[in-house]
Design a protein around this ligand. Structure first.
Ligand code: T6T
Length: 322
């Protein structure tokens, strides 16, 4: 056989494996339907580690092979090649936390078009036609809860309030910031001075808090919309000698955030239930693969933790390992 024939044969085989290069319908998957992959928003972060624990436990219990592949930063340019790599292996289902509500639509559509069942866990796309199900906290409600908690902590004191967001296009933190902004307006003693983006970097959160304090010496409250911004905001207030004087309400409950709550460096945390998000995502993926009934949107619990009640709510503390 000539080299050219071998090359042509190889190309033909490749086309067959990819469904002939044309449209691949939902039934066109020829990969391992007993395999599920979780693609978190970022690696080695307690929210996603806890989600992974729920994911692994639920998938293994049902006899599914699992894999977890995460980008080193919460960044769609790093998450996209992971999706492309997973696509080549054709698992039955992919559970994914898209790092951008628009930029991840193309790569995720390729998964869908290859017959892979896509379940969104935590974050979601603007385009609702790609995932079969979305499992997430009610993030807008979480933002409202943060505003109510902050207003209670401020106890009628007047002053400015800042929101620290992560990256524009992160569906969850954008919804939290919106919920907070809508709700805080109901408290006339609190003046909302807007939101600032931190690129999900604790250092940026810390420096934005100190800069805001310099510009607004009447700052009475900060809402940090996720784990990194919360950890960074606590550092910023500590550096400025304002711990406790400015009420900090964070989102999430990493070991460090929980320690900060106990030590009084943060006054409240809105905790999610990431393990249940992972577990429920698996149930939805299996329903989609095995012909069960799939629910398009599922909400998981949120709870406000303060120093006074944190120990009765320990099940909401995130894990560093399973
Ligand atoms: O707050 C979580 C998650 O819900 C959000 O979508 C991104 O940030 C976290 O992972 C915490 O860092």
């Amino acid at each position: 056989m000539s080299t050219r024939t071998v090359a042509l044969l190889g190309a033909a085989l490749l086309l067959t494996a990819c469904g002939g290069g044309g449209q691949i319908g939902d039934s066109g998957s020829s990969g391992n339907t007993k395999k599920m992959v979780l693609i978190p928003g970022v690696a080695a972060e307690p929210f996603y580690i806890s989600m992974e624990c729920g994911f692994r436990e639920a998938a293994k219990a049902k006899g599914y092979e699992v894999d977890v592949q995460a980008p080193t930063k919460f960044d769609s340019t790093l998450q996209t090649p992971i999706v492309t790599g997973v696509l080549a292996n054709k698992p039955g289902a992919v559970l994914i936390a898209p790092t951008d509500d628009k930029a991840m639509a193309g790569p995720m559509k390729q998964l869908k078009d290859a017959g892979i069942k896509v379940v969104e866990v935590d974050t979601k796309l603007e385009d609702t036609s790609i995932a079969v199900s979305t499992v997430s906290s009610n993030n807008e409600q979480g933002g409202q809860l943060a505003a109510q908690t902050l207003a209670k902590l401020a106890a009628g004191k007047s002053g400015s309030v800042l929101v620290l967001n992560t990256k524009a296009g992160t569906s969850t933190t954008d919804a939290r910031a919106k919920g907070f902004e809508d709700e805080i307006k109901k408290f006339p003693n609190l003046k909302y001075v807007g939101q600032q983006y931190t690129d999900n970097e604790p250092d940026q959160a810390a420096s934005k808090v100190t800069a805001t304090l310099a510009a607004n010496p009447d700052l009475v409250g900060v809402f940090a919309t996720n784990l990194n911004t919360g950890e960074g905001a606590a550092t910023g207030l500590r550096n400025a000698g304002k711990t406790g004087a400015v009420n900090l309400v964070g989102f999430d409950a990493s070991p460090k955030q929980v320690e900060d709550l106990r030590a009084g460096a943060v006054q409240a945390l809105i905790a999610q239930d990431p393990a249940t998000i992972g577990r429920t995502g698996v149930e939805q993926a299996i329903a989609a693969l095995e012909g069960g009934s799939v629910k398009r949107d599922i909400e998981t619990d949120l709870v406000a933790l303060t120093k006074a009640d944190m120990d009765t709510n320990q099940k909401y503390f995130y894990k560093q390992k399973c």
